[in-house]
Ligand binder design. Sequence first.
Ligand code: ZN
Ligand code: ZN
Ligand code: ZN
Length: 170
Amino acid sequence: MGRVLEAPATRGTHVSAHHDHRACTDAVLVAAHEAAIARGVRLTDLRAEVLGIVAQSHKAIGAYEILERMQKARRQEKPVAPPTVYRALEFLAEQGFVHRINSLNAFVACYAAGEKHRGMFLICESCGTVAELADPDVDNAIAQAVRTAGYQASHEMIEITGICPSCKGI
Ligand SMILES: [Zn+2]
Ligand SMILES: [Zn+2]
Ligand SMILES: [Zn+2]
């Protein structure tokens, strides 16, 4: 059975508009900090700031918009250099704290950063919400099919577009 990945506090409510989204954001940051310590990598203030911005909503956000938000938060201070943000995103994606949604050229936070998993995403064409789905059966079936085809996968991401339960009015 598949399940949508989300913060423990929001489980069962999916990514409906009514859930306590602060809990999601906090859970992402806490999990990333813990994973970084366990792996001996550095979640610097800037990396954590970028992650916090990505986790601010369940919609995918592009690098340019992240940069804009960071500039806005800084006001008169020294602006952030774009490569710094790109490098931070690269680090976060490598660590699995965020996922890059190729079809949108944008990023979403991962709610299972500690677990090894293939990215499987349901993207709403109406509201832009991206839900990450975990389904070991599908994972195994794909891995098997790839092996049978004689391929060695290097990047495994599945992106499915459609209409989410909220937009469908369920
Ligand atoms: Zn949320
Ligand atoms: Zn994930
Ligand atoms: Zn939707």
